[in-house]
Design a protein around this ligand. Structure first.
Ligand code: FAQ
Length: 338
């Protein structure tokens, strides 16, 4: 359903001028780094990189990792209530995949010199961000389908360009993540197709879930380009390849025909094809609501964080046991070598 295409809407690429980064870095190393970026090369962990680039990557990759593991929670709630063995097996596999994505991403961020403990501490103390979308409740089974269709759909749209991110470990992690997200998106859409062939009550559940999730999914791409403090520099560094507004437009254009096939209405009276632009126009996103959620005041922020902290604390004995086992093995190897 989603192509690997890097086509962007007309007028894209006309980004405002890049604010100069404070150049306190050694000029010859900086020149080599810039040349690599300009040639669309990859920066690897052992390569020199400016501190601001490293900091931006740690910020984005760790936020992304946190999103994956917090993102396990809204759907995880439905594993015990899935309507059939088949749906339960699919959902377990999907939620497990999201945990795996978190692991690849924490590992990628660790290559930049930040420990997993530091990143998790930032999450648990509320200092780190994670995707706004996971601070909303999953009220009925159709929400699980809609998360697959729309949330994973939006995530793939954002993540396909990240497969070509200038930082090698992040780009490589994204290749596998995107393949798995593609399965997630399809299973969600297929679950909804089945519900839309069912009773009126099932159809109403799907429409209700779409109504609640549509606008939140559009906000997932982040604030408008004009209000996005990180975008321009991220694009200059080849971290972000397509701007947030252009990705949002691609998502709307891809989703409208899918909604038609499904038989649901997207809850936006202003959504219509614009012949001149060759894209769909859409209505106003509620950015006040988005920022309230990002800043910790969404409907589920406190519960999500409390669940993650409890899971971390409950897992302390596993980490201790794994460390004790590794230490024992190391001692045995040393003894044998002596
Ligand atoms: N939620 O200057 P920008 C998934 C923050 S994975 C919360 O525009 P940027 C898989 C932003 O961090 C979903 N905060 O920032 C799955 C920044 O704050 P900071 C996650 C947001 O970096 C599916 C401030 O606002 N995907 O769903 C959001 O250029 C189903 C200003 O923003 C990724 O993380 C938001 N939605 O663009 C799992 C992809 N948007 O850090 C389970 C990688 C913005 O300055 C189930 N990340 N903010 O304090 C990215 O592509 C970018 O970081 C963006 C934000 C696009 C998220």
């Amino acid at each position: 359903m989603y192509t690997q295409s890097f086509n962007v809407p007309d007028g894209a690429g006309q980004q405002p001028a890049v604010k100069p980064v404070l150049r306190t870095e050694p000029p010859e190393l900086m020149a080599k780094f810039d040349a690599c970026i300009d040639a669309d090369g990859r920066i690897e962990p052992q390569d020199w990189m400016p501190e601001a680039y490293r900091k931006t990557l740690v910020r984005q990759i760790s936020q992304h990792a946190h999103s994956e593991i917090v993102g396990m929670l809204p759907e995880g709630n439905w594993i015990s209530r899935a309507p059939s063995l088949k749906r339960k097996a699919i959902l377990i596999a999907k939620v497990q995949d999201e945990g795996g994505h978190g692991l690849y991403l924490y590992s990628a961020a660790e290559t930049l010199g930040t420990s997993r403990d530091q990143m998790l501490d930032a999450l648990h103390t509320g200092k780190a961000k994670y995707s706004s979308i996971f601070n909303y409740p999953t009220l009925n089974w159709a929400d699980v389908g809609v998360i697959g269709w729309l949330v994973d759909g939006a995530a793939i749209m954002n993540q396909i360009p990240l497969c070509r991110c200038s930082y090698g470990p992040y780009a490589r992690a994204m290749v596998r993540v995107c393949k798995e997200e593609s399965f997630h998106q399809r299973q969600g859409y297929e679950a909804l197709l089945v519900m839309m062939q069912g009773t009126q009550a099932q159809k109403d559940m799907v429409q209700d879930a779409v109504n609640r999730y549509w606008w939140k999914c559009l906000a997932m791409f982040g604030p408008p380009d004009a209000d996005s403090p990180n975008s321009v520099q991220g694009m200059r560094w080849g971290i972000k390849r397509i701007s947030s507004d252009d990705l949002r437009q691609k998502f709307v254009d891809a989703t409208v025909p899918q909604a038609k096939v499904l038989g649901v209405t997207l809850p936006d009276p202003d959504l219509k094809w614009n012949e001149e632009r060759g894209h769909h126009d859409y209505g106003q996103i509620d950015w006040d609501e988005f920022w309230a959620t990002v800043n910790g005041n969404g409907p589920m922020n406190k519960e999500r964080l409390a669940t993650r902290v409890k899971a971390y604390n409950d897992g302390a004995w596993v980490r201790e046991a794994a460390l004790a086992h590794a230490h024992k093995q190391q001692q045995r190897t040393l003894k044998e070598a002596a």
